[in-house]
Design a protein around this ligand. Structure first.
Ligand SMILES: Cc1cn([C@H]2C[C@H](O)[C@@H](COP(=O)(O)OP(=O)(O)O[C@H]3O[C@@H](C)C(=O)[C@@H](O)[C@H]3O)O2)c(=O)[nH]c1=O
Length: 181
């Protein structure tokens, strides 16, 4: 498992070692010790989620407030997305900064998004299936969303038209008005 710290170093990009043969392929999709070594964190993942989206769907930017904050280890098992993590920890030197990576079934990359970050993704393929592990359970009352196109974030989404959003995400807050960490 290869691990790369991104421009916001708490966000880590994992690339599993891949074994292809005549039958198909094999890879280890999660190794607790590799995760702990790369992040320096001890975490228990207690929920797995799976969603499917059509092209142009943008989900985000989502987070849950403390004490229900979630770290997320995310990947794509069909299709391709542009995945974004935004640092929303007020006392962080990278507060308000974002990092983005293409995650696809083909590149098998996984992104670790720690607690204290908002997360979202844009679907680039016809459909994309997105799976992720979380360090905390779902808590609708702790859930918050920041606007995908907040000018203070200036995320460079690879999209020309308006994305498809949920009703909830259409009403998301701007970072300057949002309850953060
Ligand atoms: C996230 C979630 C949703 N749900 C339900 C609530 C709702 O009826 C339906 C769809 O929920 P949402 O519209 O919030 O799903 P979605 O927009 O896919 O939300 C997800 O977006 C990405 C970007 C994240 O980072 C995730 O943490 C999560 O917030 O599923 C659960 O039961 N458990 C969960 O853990």
């Amino acid at each position: 498992m290869q691990a790369l710290h991104l421009a916001i170093p708490e966000v880590v990009l994992f690339t599993p070692k891949f074994f292809g043969d005549d039958r198909g392929f094999f890879f280890e999709s999660f190794i607790q010790t590799a995760f702990e070594e790369a992040t320096g964190l001890k975490r228990s993942f207690i929920q797995d989620n799976h969603s499917k989206s059509q092209r142009g769907v943008l989900r985000g930017l989502h987070y849950q407030l403390n004490p229900m904050a979630q770290g997320k280890l995310v990947r794509v098992i069909q299709g391709e997305v542009f995945d974004v993590a935004v640092d929303i920890r007020k006392n962080s030197p990278t507060f308000g900064k974002w990092v983005g990576e293409i995650l696809s079934a083909e590149n098998r990359k996984q992104l670790w998004i720690p607690e204290g970050f908002a997360h979202g993704f844009l679907t680039l393929s016809e459909t994309a299936e997105f799976v992720y592990k979380t360090t905390n359970i779902y808590s609708p009352s702790s859930e918050r969303a920041i606007m995908w196109n907040d000018p203070d974030l200036a995320i460079d989404w690879p999209i020309e038209n308006q994305p498809l959003l949920s009703g909830k995400d259409e009403k998301a807050a701007l970072l300057k008005n949002a309850e953060v960490f």
